[in-house]
Design a protein around this ligand. Sequence first.
Ligand code: ADP
Ligand code: ZN
Length: 748
Amino acid sequence: MYSKTRAWKTRKIRKRLLKLKEYFDQGDLVSVLTAQPIDRFLDYKAPEGGCFNAAFVEVPLGPRKVIGVVWGEGRGDFDNNKIRSVRRVLDVPPLREELKTFLEKAADYTLTPLASMLRLATRAPGLGDPPSMRVVYQLSQNPSGKLTDARRCVLEVIKNYGGVPFTLGELAELAGVSSSVVKGLAKMGVLVEIQAPKDMPFTWLDPSQAGKTLTDAQSRARELLMVQMESPAFNTTLLRGVTGSGKTEVYLEAVAHCIASGQQALVLLPEIALTSEFIVRVEERFGARPAEWHSGVTMTERRRTWKMAAQGGLQLVVGARSALFLPFRALGLIVVDEEHDSSYKQEDGVLYNARDMAVLRASIAGAKTVLSSATPSLESWTNAQMGKYAKIELTERVGLAQMPQLKAIDMRVQELPANRWVSPVLQDEIATRISKGEQSLLFLNRRGYAPIKLCRACGEQLGCQSCDARLVEHRFQKRLICHQCGETSQIPEVCPACGKENSLAVVGPGVERLSEEASLAFPGARVVTLSSDVFGSARAMKQQIETIAMGGADIIVGTQLVAKGHNFPNLTLVGVIDTDIGLQGSDLRAAERAFQLVRQVAGRAGRAEKPGLALIQTHQPEHPVIKAILSGDDNRFWTAEAGARQLVGAPPFGRLAGVLISAPQAEDAFSVGNELARNGTPLLQIGAKIYGPAVAPIARIRGRHRVRMLIKAEKTAPLQKAIRQWLRPLKLANDVRLSIDIDPQSFL
Ligand code: ADP
Ligand code: ZN
């Protein structure tokens, strides 16, 4: 029977329980997860003043102090006398339940220790530092005094930015004056110096500001996207539109909706070099710059972004895949731009696919996901076909721009002198472009000068000492480089095998050699090479890309770096030099990748009013992938590809896990593989198949021999659980390493 006292009592007990779980008094045992490579929780005593559950804390670990998170009550599996105290609670908001659940689920999915996941979520320096202060300048209440032009400039800047405080350096730079002008204003009392915390909120983006006037097709796409955004439940949309169809403008509308409702948005880009162009567009659309998160950002900015994400001091982050692990306070939207891009898969450390993890995080946060691409991954395409994702399509380019015309050049009938790769047909087209003042792009997905360096006397091919890989000559850096381990060495004068002098020659083209050919064929033309190793820094590369966009090049020679989303309005010709490289791959996604890459590269042509042409050099014009690319009928390609994969139960219709075992001695890696193959019961029980062990296609990297296994299971099989059970009895010798790659992209 109901009674008031009873209800009151239950409430009191519940409150106490809640208190038990959520708050720990000084000396209470708490469990702490650190980001250190220790695969367990550690017990500590709550510090003076107590601490909340999920608080970020600093704890002693051996002789060090490390950062961790309070993960519930202590487990009590430590000798009580040896338990040390939490040193202090950090001045940052506690880990939110949403991020905690995400880390746990992502760890489970990728079979990664939770600590490694927490490490990804705490990759900002100085989180433990006390909030430090700096001097900033603000307008004073009652300014007076005579103003020179320079001084007026400073005040103008402050007004333009809505009165936000600036540091001396920022203000001087923005106003284009010397710092003494700013100091002078402070002396006069027009500006005041104040102490402010170092990590300031980001300038507010204004979502109500008008964007570009959308085309009819964009408006329709926007309407559909708004239905998704307004829906109370988490959902995912595949925004598919040809290159230049204005997808960015459409998903910025979703960003506007998200930040207008007071939530935070995250836009993931596959390549740092793309951020500057994107940031300019954000600035045009919302009147201020978003926060940036990638390896090119300073440590101070990283810390600021991390803290402001947690405190709600930012509305939009533009970043690389690791931005997924930021402690957002109110995540409402994740956009994955160029969602098919294979760089979303992290291939070392924690092996995760940021596109998939974005969907996971959004589902936990109750946020929306938009996956944007001209050539979606077969995974996303299938999810959209099956109705799991909403599908929004843009089939035409914005404005007067037309899709480029696509043509194959049959290289079997082209007459080319030795060591030349640009066919006469392509050369003629380039010459025409130069005479019209338009740009051409030559695409070759090979870094360096030449892929092979060999001795003409003895036939020796120069290879890496510690890898099963050839050394690639890089003339720009004047080095031989191993693309597997990154080891560089001097270009030798004599053959290291037979000792003969002047006998070393190069075979085949890399982008640098192609640039040389272009410069020779078109003397006087400005030839620019875009390849990741030509630039010392991300900043230098960004600058080069801006220069090209402004018209500072006639011929651009580039690797896949140029395939991704850049807008070069004056570029009207694309030549794909060696399309066949991509067709030779044996892995399951070879066709899909070749298709995506060539479509993307071709899509760089004719993005403005001038019509574009893409010429595809190939020795196999009848190859199905080449035919699909030329036909322009993408759906036919996806349908055929999906059918082929379904037939053999390959992803996305079945699941794969890669197993990579490496050791200094090949036998040691093999014996682990054989042991695993013999004890496959947990996998066989779920109906999975085990292939291998076999020598990996790249048999040795950094002196470690590599052996691979592959597990194939049905889509619904509990693969991770079975793998965990399978690996549990395994004891690895010290120098043997094993990693599991769920949904592998690379099979090398
Ligand atoms: P996508 O992301 O689909 O490749 P973008 O969003 O980059 O396409 O748009 C291609 C080009 O068209 C960009 O230069 C962009 O500024 C321009 N653009 C897009 N939408 C509009 C519009 N509604 N009005 C004018 N220009 C637009
Ligand atoms: Zn090497």
